[in-house]
Write a protein that binds this ligand. Structure first.
Ligand code: G4P
Length: 547
């Protein structure tokens, strides 16, 4: 391939931004998504995003699950164009029980936007999702929403972000009051104030710009102008300055105030996002770093979802492109199996609509219709076999046996269960010494069991019963380097030796105490608290310590 081909890929890469929004439910993620899409000219899609949420709220008696599955079930990625950029907005489930799913989605993102409700501050789910971002060290921009409503003081919010999340907040704009007194936003760097007119939420709210000291001349409630001027001075004297390096390593977050509903500060935020957020990153593989402009195509599967739409009863594997150019019908190497395959059915999946993808570039997400070929973490590449870093599978905290109530539905039940396991919604274990055909299912979040039962019922017409098991932890037994057989183990009394869905050996345990006993009594054995999927070898060299 020629240099101009890699220049072409480099140009396409540089104009791409792939990110996810994290927030506590009701902070305004849907509204902000909708506004971004409107700026991107996707009026119809924006309507669907809102419509879906409203529709679910009205009709579903599965409120919690449906709400949490949210647009993630129907959309996964919302691509749009804005000012020459191609933006891929990845959807993350809101509920903490789905943090594993979120983690995998964030593996496909280069950046995150954290939405905080001005009145609520940093909420529990924000903390959970933030922690997931921190594990991945991805850059985070913060948007403090709902300035049109009364809330916590902006200074209070800054110290909450710092103390609860352990990241340095760098205010980039500052509100001129909040609630009914709200008048505008000060650009902290230029000390210019955008004063907004009353907004009905229209896309472009008219505003005029003045210098900060002129706030004193406005007809504001007493004390507001002085407070804002003092606070901006305080920000300067505290020396909080935006540093691209600290942002990119996840040590500092630029903070913007605004209102997604009223459209205050959204366009400015979107522009700042484009200015600061990184283009598609270099991905790590078994042969070293893979730069996006590499001529050869490569990508990895970060999500598998079955039955996205009842009209298309199939499985879609979502692939993040890491390098080169993806072209429909191209032939690729599936690293795990070593097979070459032609990618015929490639889609951009949005809700019920599927658009055929002709080509895609680093940062883009492609939905591949998957006849059981792919697993989470699989790498696809063009010529030279490579494997990207494996995706972790967290140690489950909830265990149960699941049984199909009606034996005549056993086939459907088994098929459904396999698909849900493939998606990573649940993990499964069996006891090789037991005669029972019952599967042990396990999940990180409790709600997953309800989702599984609900989906088995609605997608496979199978009623199931679930019986909880007392286990709380799983530890995988890793063979020692160069050895193929597993070591002899001494197990705590209540522990159970099982086989996981990939044939790996694991031990289920009921308490942290037992985990410690297991580690103590088997000190020469490599035990891991997380399993990894994908990569070249499921059990490569990254075993975690027990405990
Ligand atoms: P989520 O996706 O994070 O769960 O939140 P969503 O955007 O659905 O917003 C939750 C509620 O907060 C919605 O009100 C929404 O209109 C409101 N909201 C979002 N941004 C702002 C804002 O900047 N200012 C104000 N005042 N409200 C905001 P709702 O009554 O629950 O729903 P709806 O009837 O408005 O759809």
């Amino acid at each position: 391939m020629t240099a101009s081909f890699s220049d072409f890929i480099e140009r396409e890469t540089q104009r791409r931004r792939t990110f996810a929004i994290i927030s506590h439910p009701d902070a305004g993620k849907t509204t902000l998504t909708e506004k971004f899409l409107l700026y991107g000219g996707c009026v119809e899609i924006a309507g669907v995003v809102r419509g879906r949420k409203t529709e679910r709220a009205v009709t579903s008696d599965w409120m919690e699950i449906e709400k949490q599955r949210g647009i993630s079930v129907s959309s996964t990625v919302l691509p749009f164009e804005y000012e020459g950029f191609r933006i891929n907005l990845l959807d993350t489930p809101g509920h903490h029980d789905f943090s594993e799913d979120t983690y995998r989605t964030l593996m496909a993102a280069d950046c995150a936007v954290m939405v905080i409700d001005l009145a609520k501050g940093v909420e529990p789910q924000t903390i959970k999702l933030f922690d997931v971002c921190k594990l991945r060290r991805i850059p985070i921009l913060t948007f403090i929403n709902k300035v049109d409503r009364p809330g916590l003081s902006p200074l209070e919010l800054m110290s909450e972000i710092e103390s609860k999340l352990g990241i340095e907040p760098v205010p980039m704009n500052w509100p001129v009051a909040t609630g009914i007194d709200f008048r505008g936003l000060v650009d902290v760097t230029t000390e210019q104030v955008n004063l907004f007119e009353q907004s009905s939420g229209a896309l472009r709210v008219p505003y005029r710009t003045i210098d900060l000291p002129h706030l004193r001349e406005l007809d504001l409630r007493e004390g507001i102008a002085e407070t804002v001027i003092e606070e901006v001075e305080l920000i300067h004297s505290a020396g909080a300055r935006f540093s691209s390096a600290r942002f990119l390593t996840g040590e500092a977050t630029p903070v913007y105030f605004g209102s997604a509903l009223k459209n205050y500060g959204i366009e400015q935020f979107l522009q700042a996002f484009l200015a600061f957020s990184p283009p598609p990153r270099i991905c790590h593989s078994n042969i070293g770093p893979i730069v996006p402009s590499r001529n050869e195509f490569s990508g990895f599967v970060f999500k598998i979802q079955a039955n996205l739409d009842p009209r298309h009863r199939d499985r879609v594997a979502f692939l993040r492109v890491c390098s080169g150019r993806f072209v429909r019908e191209m032939e690729v190497l599936h690293t795990r199996t070593g097979k070459r395959m032609q990618l015929r059915q490639a889609h951009l999946v949005f809700g019920r609509e599927r658009e055929t993808v002709e080509e895609a570039f680093p940062g883009d997400i492609v939905g591949l219709v998957n006849p059981g070929a792919f697993r989470l973490g699989d790498t696809l590449c063009e010529r030279q076999p490579i494997a990207f870093e494996p995706l972790p599978q967290f140690s489950p905290e909830h265990f149960a046996t699941i049984r199909c109530a009606d034996t005549s539905r056993r086939k459907q039940f088994e098929r459904g269960l396999i698909q849900l396991i493939e998606e990573g919604a649940i993990q499964s274990f069996d006891d090789p010494r037991s005669n029972s055909r019952e599967s042990i299912i396990a999940a990180v979040g409790e709600l997953q069991f309800e989702v599984v039962q609900h989906r088995l019922k609605s997608e496979y017409q199978t009623d199931t019963t679930i019986a909880r098991l007392p286990f709380k932890f799983a530890r995988w037994v890793l063979p020692r380097d160069g050895e193929t057989s597993l070591p002899r183990l001494q197990l705590p009394f209540a522990a159970r030796l099982v086989r996981d869905q990939y044939g790996g050996t694991a031990i289920l345990l009921t308490s942290q105490w037992d985990c410690d006993v297991l580690a103590r009594d088997n000190s020469g054995v490599r035990l891991s608290a997380a399993r990894e999927t994908g990569g070249l070898n499921h059990f490569d060299n990254r075993s975690a310590n027990v405990g």
